[in-house]
Write a new protein. Structure first.
Length: 229
């Protein structure tokens, strides 16, 4: 991943806390970060680029009128008065993992040459993977599905959630990380994003009087370029 500074900007040492959305099926996390960026009047300080990130581009996400400023998929913002760094991600990460039947351990030299990575969770000695193999070959019945609870490890309880990889990485490096989860239904999630942003403010001890946009005085906060693709 590469980081490029915004022209004329410098990184501040006064923004130790980082806030970023965990992309999911909905866009509540992204809308909440948009709300906080606008409310804290954070300034864009740079861009992050990653080959696995789906490219997208749009108009300025926070100005009341288009001024020719482009919004990119992954941007960094800082608000020194609030000691806060915010990362906004507007498009999902596209990654390809493989499990091959060429070798018993799931490896395949052709897939590796193409840059794909083998699914790390694949362990042919575990009963759950043996069961899937038998199911694919028609050697077993779905109604006879066994229990695999004795093979579960801590990470198995949240492998598909958007924060899982970052949470595990921070935990392994000994970094303090807190995940705020918001369970909501499909549809208009503006109210949910307000609740999530409010929860983040409470966690960071940011009171409404220190912000310019949360509450009845909120500005135009939600834009089309914060949608999931």
């Amino acid at each position: 991943m590469e980081f490029t500074l915004e022209e004329g900007r410098n990184l501040s040492a006064d923004c130790p806390s980082i806030l970023l959305p965990g992309l999911s099926i909905g866009n509540v996390g992204q809308l909440a970060v948009d709300l906080l960026i606008s409310s804290t009047r954070a300034k864009r300080v740079g861009f992050l680029d990653e080959p696995s990130l789906l490219p997208c581009v749009g108009n300025d996400a926070y100005g009341p009128e288009p001024e020719g400023v482009l919004a990119l998929p992954l941007e960094a913002y800082e608000s020194p008065p609030h000691a806060l760094t915010l990362i906004q991600q507007r498009s999902p990460v596209i990654k390809v993992y493989y499990v091959s039947s060429t070798n018993n351990d799931g490896n395949d030299s052709d897939c590796e040459r193409l840059g794909f990575k083998r699914l790390e969770e694949y362990d042919p000695t575990q009963r759950r993977w043996k069961y899937l193999n038998e199911l694919a070959e028609g050697k077993t019945d779905r109604e006879d599905e066994p229990s695999f609870e004795d093979e579960l490890v801590h990470d198995d309880y949240y492998p598909g959630l958007p924060f899982a990889a970052l949470f595990s990485c921070c935990k392994a490096k000994g970094l303090k990380v807190t995940c705020l989860l918001c369970y909501c239904s499909e549809g208009d999630n503006i109210a949910d994003s307000f609740q999530l942003a409010d929860a983040a403010c409470k966690l960071l001890r940011l009171t409404p009087d220190k912000l310019s946009g949360i509450g009845n005085k909120s500005r135009c906060l939600f834009v089309a370029c914060t949608s999931n693709l």
